[in-house]
Write a protein that binds this ligand. Structure first.
Ligand code: NAD
Ligand code: UDP
Length: 321
């Protein structure tokens, strides 16, 4: 018989990363027992340092490409490098992380009858021909390009999630995350928000790839984590895929201008080659999240950038000693 006084046990893979560390914190605040799994490829112990003394928090060094057996009620599968320079550093390992990681975590969920969330991505839409992107759009992905290890790895993970759902009645939640930013992003991971802020704070040139007319919609981390938890708590019929992001769309040039203006930076803007297969236009259609979960992002770009700038400012001052 289930003892309802026992607290929910949650496994978070990639828990020492940017999003994972915020999720660990939120779930601990809500009274869960959290098992944070990471191999520290892009995450760091620093991200979860404040949680280490909490008796409900446990840390496990493990690589999701290897099987794992633990007793948990819910699994959030976030393990995977997310920035292009990190996921292209060892592309074979990136595909293995998404595919073998999904197989191992789905196998675990099946054995222990856990509910499982997959951090999928807007990259499953590739360089989209439908705008804004709706979940029913199948995407336009180059299967052999430099981004494919990430895009196709995540697409295959989605396939595995839906096959476990159809074949084994597993309770799945597939979320397609759009560009998310905030404190604890890695300062050198090459993503656009962290790059521009760090460059502007250091007074070095802001590097725009291409002419800066490509667009992204940027979600602040707190909004995204709130949605992740809401989604996990929703009924079993809510499998997704569900877009998760802030639909407000900006060109990369506009982002650079906001950042330099807010920091009052003298950094010049320079233009570099656009990387291969870089999506030209991206914005989330979030009707499903809005209508089915009543979710709305509440932190808009300037406010989110302010928190993120303050974080990097402090981090850079500390590293100067
Ligand atoms: P991140 O790089 O900060 O976090 C990923 C974490 O996974 C890191 O702590 C890393 O060490 C860990 N990891 C990587 N490979 C692993 C492995 N084989 N075994 C165990 N741990 C491993 O990135 P993030 O932004 O926090 O992204 C988290 C998840 O969300 C990723 O799956 C990413 O694809 C997805 N996502 C993020 C965004 C975004 O904008 N932040 C957008 C779309 C999807
Ligand atoms: N980008 C840029 N300068 C940078 C880093 C990124 O112009 O220093 C561009 C990049 O080419 C892309 C957009 O910003 O068009 C978002 O890049 P990011 O790596 O953050 O995310 P993704 O391409 O995965 O959406």
């Amino acid at each position: 018989m289930k003892d309802y006084n026992i607290r929910k046990r949650v496994l978070i893979t990639g828990g020492a990363g940017f999003l994972g560390s915020h999720l660990c914190e939120t779930l601990l605040d809500q009274g869960a027992e959290v098992l944070c799994l990471d191999n520290y490829f892009t995450g760091t112990k620093n991200n979860i340092k404040p949680l280490l003394g909490n008796p409900s928090f446990e840390l496990l060094r493990h690589d999701v490409t290897f099987p794992l057996y633990v007793e948990v009620d819910e699994i959030y599968n976030l393990a995977c490098p997310a920035s292009p320079i990190h996921y292209q550093h060892d592309p074979v390992q990136t595909t293995k992380t998404s595919v073998h990681g999904a197989i191992n975590m789905l196998g675990l969920a099946k054995r222990v009858n856990a509910k499982i969330f997959q951090a999928s991505t807007s990259e499953v839409y590739g360089d989209p021909e439908v705008h804004p992107q709706v979940e029913s759009y199948w995407g336009n992905v180059n299967p052999i390009g430099v981004r494919s290890c990430y895009d196709e790895g995540k697409r295959c993970a989605e396939t595995l999630f839906f096959d476990y759902y159809r074949q084994h009645n597993l309770r799945i939640k597939v979320g397609r995350l759009f560009n998310t930013y905030g404190p604890r992003m890695h300062p050198n991971d090459g993503r656009v928000v962290s790059n521009f802020i760090v460059q502007a704070l250091q007074g070095i040139p802001i590097t725009i790839y291409g002419d800066g007319s490509q667009t992204r919609s940027f979600c602040y981390v707190d909004d995204l984590i709130r949605l992740m938890v809401l989604f996990m708590e929703s009924g079993d019929d809510m499998t997704g895929p569900m877009n998760m992001g802030n639909p407000n769309e900006f060109t990369i040039l506009e982002l650079a201008e906001h950042v330099t203006e807010m920091i009052g930076s003298s950094s010049e803007i320079i233009f570099k080659d656009l990387p291969a297969d870089d999506p030209k236009q991206r914005s989330a259609d979030i009707s499903i999240a809005r209508n089915k979960l009543g979710w709305e992002p509440t932190t808009q770009l300037k406010e989110g950038l302010r928190h993120t700038i303050d974080y990097f400012d402090k981090l850079l001052s500390e590293s100067k000693g």
